[in-house]
Design a protein around this ligand. Structure first.
Ligand code: ADP
Length: 451
């Protein structure tokens, strides 16, 4: 049988408590009983010896000092002559007259349910001898003790029950958050509702910490799940546009193109869209591999200065179409450990963005230098800039502030830049002002490409 943790904890500590209480109470009762017995007997002996000190003999017999009571604090005291004849004092009814006299020994005399302790002491002088007898009822002395022990024995089960119920309630309360976690996890599992949270709020114990960790984990899971969904839908959308153009151009050419020129025109469009698609697919493939951690860096010592020169030269042609003036300040012979293809892609993406989002007859400056033993690349334009509210979004895949502006790219460029830089253990940041321009700064370690 499988019991819940609450029940197991409750059973365990209730059993332990019962055991402990039984042992402690048992010990207390047995020592208590012995203690009462010893006190009772001491009281008896003391009473007898007290009387003996107050006894006087003379020729006429014995006399007692004043103030000797025959009954005091449960002890009866009486005096007998040597034949056992009662000379003085009271004898409780329960004590038989034939109880033998034994010097300085406690006898137990049973009468019905009653038990008495009887203690005798012989008192001898040259004038004669007497027995002093003390008698005390055992029950009398035990009474309070018995009442108390009965109270304890009756009260104990109630106390244990109270502890068990209280313990169970506390355990149940402590486990309530866990119940909530189970419920939330179930609902997520059943309905794939990733927006479920436990929302326990702030608390000090471990269960609260667990619930909050769970919620944070769900935040991240939901975000990445939604990113994934967004990515898939964006990717399908981006692939659909060129596909539709290709199909319609082919259909048009097949049905309506009469001259070779007309067919060529359609083919041109098909080719352009095919390049665009192929470019998109290879970028997607790269990012997908990067996500899976399969994209290994092909690390080698590369001359980043030369690589930057080459890219700048390539891009100058594009820039000229927009009459953008490119200036570069490249520190020579910067050699670093890196993946040439990926770093080239990074340079192309940053510089081509500077051109795409630059203003006609604008400026684009490229600076490459070593600073604090690290490579620093700055790509600065005086183009359209990025609004503050959009600046954090530009690194997301498929994000475009204005998708009508560039028809050849789809918003993967900066996502790739970020991935490439981070894969080289570097960092990239942007400062931008709408209408004034943007500055992208990349910092890369010179060695140690993969950390
Ligand atoms: P895209 O394919 O659209 O260029 P990117 O990932 O390279 O995609 O850039 C994402 C968005 O960031 C761009 O659509 C653009 O709005 C903005 N952006 C990138 N670079 C610049 C820049 N130099 N100046 C202004 N906006 C930029």
């Amino acid at each position: 049988m499988k019991l819940s943790i609450k029940l197991r904890i409750t059973i365990w500590f209730t059993t332990l408590m019962t055991l402990l209480t039984v042992i402690i109470v048992g010990f207390m009762l047995s020592t208590g009983k012995r203690l009462v017995l010893a006190t009772t007997q001491n009281k008896l002996i003391e009473a007898v010896s007290d009387v003996s000190t107050k006894l006087r003999f003379n020729v006429n017999g014995f006399s007692l000092e004043e103030g000797v009571a025959t009954y005091h604090e449960g002890v009866f005291v009486s005096i007998y002559d040597e034949t056992g004849y009662l000379l003085y004092g009271e004898v409780p009814e329960d004590i038989k007259n034939d109880t033998a006299f034994i010097h300085e020994e406690i006898q137990e005399v049973h009468q019905g349910d009653a038990t008495w302790f009887v203690y005798d002491s012989v008192y001898k002088t040259k004038h004669g001898m007497v027995w002093i007898r003390g008698m005390i009822s055992r029950e009398n002395e035990y009474d309070t003790f018995h009442v108390m022990s009965r109270l304890v024995l009756i009260g104990l089960p109630f106390l244990i029950l109270l502890a068990a119920v209280g313990g169970y309630i506390i355990a149940k309360k402590a486990f309530r958050p866990i119940q909530k976690i189970i419920k939330a996890a179930d609902e997520i599992g059943d309905g794939k509702d990733l927006s479920q949270r436990i929302n326990l709020g702030e608390g000090k114990d471990e269960v609260y910490a667990l619930a909050n960790t769970f919620d944070r984990m769900m935040d991240r899971l939901q975000a990445s799940f939604e990113n994934e969904k967004q990515f898939t839908s964006d990717a399908s959308h981006e692939l659909r546009t060129p596909t539709t153009v290709i199909i319609s151009q082919c259909e048009y050419a097949l049905e309506h193109a009469k001259t070779v020129e007309e067919a060529k025109e359609a083919l041109d469009k098909v080719l352009y869209q095919s390049h665009k698609m192929s470019n998109l697919i290879s970028q997607l493939l790269l990012l997908a591999r990067a996500d899976k951690g399969q994209q290994k860096l092909n690390l080698e010592q590369i001359n980043l200065s030369e690589l930057t020169e080459v890219v700048v030269e390539q891009q100058t042609e594009l820039a000229q179409e927009k009459k953008i003036h490119i200036t570069s300040q490249i520190e020579p012979e910067i050699v670093m450990l890196g993946d040439e293809t990926l770093l080239m892609r990074m340079l192309i993406n940053l510089i081509s963005n500077g051109i795409s989002y630059g203003k006609e007859e604008g400026k684009l400056a490229i600076l490459l230098s070593i600073e604090k033993h690290k490579v620093k690349l700055v790509v600065q334009d005086n183009g359209i800039g990025i609004a503050k509210e959009n600046i954090h979004k530009i690194w997301s895949r498929f994000y475009q502030v204005d998708s009508s502006r560039s028809n050849s790219s789809v918003g993967l460029g900066l996502a790739m830049v970020k991935w490439i830089v981070e894969a080289h253990n570097g960092s990239v940041m942007v400062e931008s002002e709408l209408g004034k321009g943007s500055v992208f700064t990349v910092i890369l370690p010179m060695s140690n490409g993969e950390g």
